[in-house]
Unconditional design. Structure first.
Length: 225
């Protein structure tokens, strides 16, 4: 009887029957140290493709920088990127968002908590369990349906307050701030100047792009009260 799937010599996916089994694997030394691996309601999704230089890497750096300054200035909480794993048992979800923000208030209320490494060393954590305040996903060629259909549903079920979706691959730059509605996320309508209101940060945001001195894309995430 097969017990695992070997995609390459350095990449083996064991058969898991539950989120608990997936989480145990994700916390183990056997878990791959490259690529993104998510668990969505019994489905393991793997993406080992490289990031696009502009439409993923450049826009991610801009969003990180702008939000980092806000979070640090306001002493608001923890902003993390890439390999930060977020798990929510009630939603049968374990994912590694492009960006995730958890406010101190969310930690203090118990809506989210840090999961320590298996070694239980002091101040060493490998996972956030619960409902973050914000998740940001940046669309790539291989993640379109995942980022626009499967993950929004999973994050909504997990109780994530806001979901930001960015797609910088085409002629039109897509930036959507979505807040929780009764049964799904609802996109915030921009004002006359293109700013969308975030309840999490209590500010309006606008994402734009321009050509830099070399002709490549540069992005600007503007915000205002």
């Amino acid at each position: 009887m097969a017990t695992s799937i070997v995609l390459k010599e350095d990449f083996e996916i064991p058969f898991v029957r539950s989120l608990d089994e997936f989480s145990a694997w994700a916390r183990s030394d056997d878990f791959p140290d490259r690529g993104r691996i998510d668990y969505l309601a019994g489905r393991i999704e793997v993406d080992r493709s490289p990031e696009d230089y502009y439409s993923h890497g450049a826009v991610k750096v801009e969003v990180i920088g702008a939000l980092r300054d806000l979070v640090k200035a306001g002493d608001l909480g923890d902003l993390r990127v890439d390999r930060t794993r977020v798990s929510t048992p009630d939603a049968d979800l374990s994912a590694e968002p492009d960006l995730v923000f958890i406010s101190f208030a969310t930690f203090e209320s118990g809506r989210a908590r840090l999961i320590p490494k298996a070694t239980e060393e002091a101040d060493r954590f490998v996972e956030v369990e619960g409902a973050p305040d914000l998740v940001v996903e940046i669309v790539s060629d291989r993640s379109v349906k995942k980022d626009t259909v499967r993950l929004p549903l999973a994050y909504w079920r997990a109780g994530v307050a806001e979901y930001w979706l960015i797609d910088a691959r085409g002629e039109a730059l897509v930036f959507r701030i979505q807040r929780r509605g009764p049964s799904a996320y609802e996109t915030i309508s921009p004002d006359s100047e293109g700013f969308q209101r975030s309840d999490v940060f209590r500010r309006g945001f606008r994402l734009t792009r321009r050509r830099d001195r070399r002709g490549g894309w540069a992005f600007d995430l503007e915000h205002r009260p």
